[in-house]
Design a binder for this molecule. Structure first.
Ligand code: ZN
Ligand code: ZN
Length: 52
């Protein structure tokens, strides 16, 4: 799998990867929202996921 865009500094790696690799969400249950993305939306992105 080739990542089209590498995660830039200061961006959340999880949110970035999910936003730019639609295959991740496509392979999940389409009826429910992506739990990882919902968690970041509600609680914010954890600092350990932020690209340095
Ligand atoms: Zn997601
Ligand atoms: Zn995030």
């Amino acid at each position: 799998m080739t990542l089209r865009k590498p995660c830039p500094k200061g961006q959340c790696r999880q949110c970035w990867t999910h936003a730019y690799d639609p295959d991740i969400h496509r392979s999940q249950d389409q009826r429910t929202d992506c739990a990882a993305c919902v968690d970041h939306m509600k609680n914010g992105c954890p600092s350990d996921q932020i690209q340095k």
